[in-house]
Design a protein around this ligand. Structure first.
Ligand code: NG6
Ligand code: CA
Length: 517
């Protein structure tokens, strides 16, 4: 795939497009804006561009029709915090303690001295912003944040000029937005207190006061009640600052559009991390009942709306062609993730994970094989690519695009796979390591998937997902068995040995150091 057909005239430049390309190598390096639209828990099969017939997501479909749609793109982990950690640092999260699903009062997991994707954009002269779900901790130490003052460190300390974030997740306290390290709309006479240890005296909880609930937990999620929904963790006060769940998408999307408008005259990088389709799923009134699948389907429509708003803003501002838009998700899908929101009852024939086995939390493909589209009109030809790609590589690949030389030793697992991202290479990585919720690792190549033996239950009954955990080695032939139905480890012991050896080399850091091409 890499070789250029001989019939091409010699003047053809090896740029990532055919036909109507405008830019040539001798022009000064470009500084396209870059926007990540990073969904939460949206599965491969949740979007109509990936074949879903049960739901229509037309704005994402258009993005896919205009860009490269990847069929074998992965997040680095099957849950949010490690996937985001890896994406922003270019380092596999399993190399570091404390990168599992973070509490809402976790201290900042990516420490200020770390080099991040945002730092890389800074170096290239970009304005940088993060809007939406953060889930990478804030402040210096767990539980020690001053929610009523400046929370420090915050995303500004790892390269983001602007941040407007939810500290953790929609289902974790504190249920407030934090703008540049300060809680938004906080009344100093009604300070906020947060604990993940114990409740504050006199405060109701979902466990003890179910009469106050408008949405009931199915498992967990029975602590402090905010807007009639009980959450994970305890909080008190800050009434004027509490978000309205049915306004989160509107609020975050408006902030994203505002960021784009404010930076229209200089290169910018925007990491727009939606809350959709994470629990609790509370769509804006205009989406309620529109999918026929209950709130989970409705927030998929809401996500699609957010994508449409961002694209409309780019067009309106004339930034449409000079902006790379990358859409993906932090991990695979889950149907019941802890609230009785009818997602299971109304699922019908919908397959959130598409043809893949497992789901969020899992070692099986649906855990990390996520929707992924890259659109760069004028530079990247629309295509469908089966290349094996990972979000971990955005850092090194975009650095290569922008001509940023990464400092020695940073982003150790991030590979420059720019050609794959721009659609000219259809092979992608030779191999990739992904982790499930129990930190059991798998190694994937274009042909095989090996899941290392590991502890933990094979099935998570709360969420009804096969975890992939097994005391036995598992090998799947990805050429003929994408659904990972038949474990062929017994049949191909040499392949098992080879992949186990490779995995242990990567674990030891003997390979996996920067592969700058
Ligand atoms: C789990 C939560 C789940 C979700 C997940 C994190 C329970 C019972 N389940 O522990 O609801 O919040 O953590 O999701 O508490 S993630 O997409 O942010 O990784
Ligand atoms: Ca997630």
């Amino acid at each position: 795939m890499k070789s250029i057909p001989l019939i091409l005239p010699l003047v053809t430049l090896p740029l990532p497009f055919a036909g109507h390309a405008e830019k040539h190598m001798d022009e000064k390096p470009q500084t396209p804006n870059v926007i990540f639209i990073y969904a939460d828990d949206i599965g491969y099969g949740d979007l109509s561009c990936n074949g879903a017939k049960t739901i229509s997501t037309p704005h994402v479909e258009q993005l896919a029709a205009e860009g490269v749609r990847f069929t074998n793109a992965h997040s680095a982990a099957a849950t949010s915090t490690p996937a985001r950690y890896a994406m922003l640092t270019g380092e596999y999260a399993w190399r570091r303690q404390g990168t599992g699903i973070a509490d809402g009062d976790a201290g900042m997991i990516i420490r200020p001295d770390r080099y991040t994707l945002a730092d890389m954009f800074h170096e290239a002269g970009y304005a940088t912003g993060v809007i939406g779900k953060w889930h990478l901790g804030l402040g210096d130490r767990n539980g020690m944040q001053d929610w009523n003052g400046l929370i420090s460190p915050n995303p500004a300390d790892i390269g983001f000029d602007y941040s407007y974030i939810m500290a953790a997740t929609g289902d974790r306290v504190p249920c407030v937005f934090v703008e540049n390290g300060r809680v938004v709309n906080l009344d100093p006479n009604d300070p906020i207190y947060v604990s993940y240890q114990k409740n504050f005296p006199g405060e109701p909880t979902g466990k003890d006061n179910p009469e106050l609930l408008t949405m009931f937990p199915s498992h967990g999620h029975n602590q402090s009640i905010v807007n009639g929904i009980s959450r994970i963790g305890f909080m008190k006060g800050g009434k004027s600052a509490l978000w309205k769940d049915d306004r989160i998408a509107d609020e975050l999307t408006a902030r994203a559009v505002d960021f784009i408008e404010r930076h229209k005259d200089r290169p910018f990088f925007l990491y727009f991390a939606t809350q959709d389709a994470h629990v609790p799923r509370v769509p804006a009134a205009r989406f309620v009942g529109k999918s026929g699948m209950g709130p989970r389907g409705d927030v998929l429509l809401q996500f699609d709306w957010s994508v449409g708003e961002v694209m409309a803003a780019l067009k309106r501002l004339g930034l449409d062609r000079n902006t790379i838009v990358i859409l993906s998700s932090d991990n695979g899908p889950v149907v019941d993730d802890g609230y009785c929101d009818q997602a299971v009852e109304l699922l019908g024939d919908h397959k959130p994970g598409g043809p893949f086995r497992g789901g969020k939390y899992s070692s099986y493909e649906a855990g990390t094989r996520v929707p992924c589209i890259l659109r760069w009109t004028g530079r990247v030809e629309p295509a469908v690519s089966d290349a094996l790609v990972c979000q971990l590589d955005w850092l090194a690949s975009l650095a290569a695009l922008l001509g940023v030389e990464l400092p020695e030793g940073v982003a150790p697992d991030s590979e420059n796979r720019l050609d794959s991202w721009l659609g000219t290479d259809r092979q992608g990585r030779p191999c990739l390591v992904v982790q499930n919720a129990q930190n059991n690792l798998s190694i994937i190549t274009s042909d095989w998937k090996y899941i290392e033996p590991g502890g933990g239950s094979p099935y998570n009954s709360s969420v009804n997902i096969e975890t992939g955990n097994s005391p036995d080695p598992q090998l799947y032939d990805m050429r003929s068995d994408k659904g990972e139905r038949k474990n062929v480890a017994g049949r191909y012991p040499a392949v098992v040995d080879e992949l186990a050896r490779k995995l242990s080399e990567i674990k030891d850091g003997r390979v996996g150091l920067p592969l700058q091409e």
